[in-house]
Design a protein around this ligand. Structure first.
Ligand SMILES: *Cc1c(COP(=O)(O)O)cnc(C)c1O
Length: 394
């Protein structure tokens, strides 16, 4: 896309984040001078092994886990697949029923669809107009043959944060395992796996200013989740393959920085979001805010601009160097309307006019002022040319 300006404003932190300088600096030696295989017994190998141990401690500390409960994977997606598919297979002697929600990330939904093809029964809980599940409904859906509840911690499109501790309690009372996809929650919401009582939890480095291609699955001690990748002895023989050394080191550092900064980060993002929303509300008519503003990720906003197409807004903003998304990054390449906005009851024509703005650590007030100005112009321009289709009832 050709840009009319040099200015770059990134407002898609839920899609991915830049690697922080401190994180990159920590990673670099492990590409070149300190490249040993962590499984090798000589010194340079042991150095790599120690670096992985340190990273495991850093990630464990951010979620309140023991380091031995953290298993590195290639992504949040892989962690989700592992938790859901391996639990289903492992527990199929007890039953073949799984409970999840209609608003999960595709890493979870498509794993469940795969299981359905394999003869499993999946219940997709509804959410209300604000994006929250109903705990009583969850209680009602648990059956004797239910083996797993998998409900995301925070949603990637509308930011809704589910009552994770309460869900864990319901699962525990019924002897059902509970997994949560905490990829979006990590670094934005305090997470303490012990206090919450979760059995498994997925995280990913690239959403918290770490590198892409590395994630982790927390597996509570005592939950003997089967091996996911067979091979060497890496990751306590549960997930074989020579470790992504640089990625894991970067994840560790990103987790450490995130833990030091969490409260300030969340407060800053929330105040920037409030500022942005107030300006948009004051200056652009006919909008709709999707999802509740309470119990929501601090940097997330999802807004429908009525009568126009989100894709068209996205392209006009992109021409001004502003990056936003329509729905989730994975579905934005297709024209399928967002399953999340659909689940909270946004009418289909309004789903097509929705934009997700996600604010992060490098966002400034000035960036948001610039965005409001360009957004306002884009919306006005598109509404002018769409007036025909609007009147024709689109
Ligand atoms: C980004 C994301 C994932 C996938 O993580 P990757 O590391 O990109 O595979 C899973 N779940 C949620 C909620 C996400 O936002």
């Amino acid at each position: 896309m050709t840009t009319e300006t040099e200015r770059q404003v990134y407002l898609d932190y839920s899609a991915t984040t830049p690697v922080k300088e401190e994180v990159l600096a920590e990673m670099l030696p492990y590409f070149t001078s300190s490249f040993g295989n962590p499984s090798s017994l000589y010194t340079v190998g042991q150095k790599s092994k120690n670096a992985i141990s340190r990273a495991r401690e850093q990630v464990a500390a951010l979620i309140g886990a023991e380091p031995t409960e953290v298993f590195f994977t290639s992504s949040g997606t892989e962690a989700d697949n592992w938790a859901v598919i391996e639990t289903a297979m492992w527990k199929r002697g007890k039953g073949r029923h799984i409970i999840t929600t209609a608003i999960e990330h595709h890493a979870l939904l498509h794993s469940c669809e795969y299981l359905e093809k394999e003869g499993f029964d999946v219940t997709y809980l509804h959410v209300d107009k604000d994006g929250f599940i109903d705990l009583d409904e969850l209680k009602k859906q648990v059956r004797d043959d239910t083996t797993l509840i998998s409900i995301m911690f925070a949603n990637n499109e509308i930011g809704s944060i589910q009552p994770v501790a309460e869900i864990a309690e319901i699962a525990k009372a019924r002897g059902v395992l509970f997994h949560t996809d905490a990829v979006q929650a990590l670094g934005n919401v305090p997470i303490d796996v012990k206090a919450l009582g979760v059995d498994m939890l997925s995280v990913s480095a690239h959403k918290i200013y770490g590198p892409k291609g590395v994630g982790a699955l927390y597996i509570r001690k005592g939950v003997n989740l089967p091996t996911h990748i067979h091979g060497g002895g890496q990751e306590s023989k549960k997930r074989a393959g020579t470790e992504n050394l640089t990625g894991i080191v970067g994840f560790g550092k990103a987790a450490e920085l995130s833990g030091q900064n969490l409260e300030h980060h969340a407060k800053t993002l929330l105040s920037l979001r409030t500022y942005f929303l107030e300006r948009v509300q004051a200056e652009i008519p006919d909008i709709r805010i999707n999802g509740s503003l309470e119990n929501r990720l601090p940097g997330n906003l999802n807004i429908t601009f009525k009568y126009i197409e989100g894709e068209a807004i996205l392209l006009l903003l992109d021409m001004n160097g502003i990056a936003v998304s329509t729905g989730s990054a994975c579905s934005s390449a297709s024209l399928t309307p967002s399953h999340v906005l659909d689940a909270i009851g946004v009418p289909v024509e309004e789903i097509h006019g929705s934009i997700r703005f996600t604010i992060g650590d490098f966002t400034t007030k000035d960036d948001l002022d610039y965005t409001v100005e360009k957004l306002k112009a884009a919306v006005e321009k598109l509404r002018k040319i769409s007036s025909v289709s609007k009147d024709s009832g689109f």
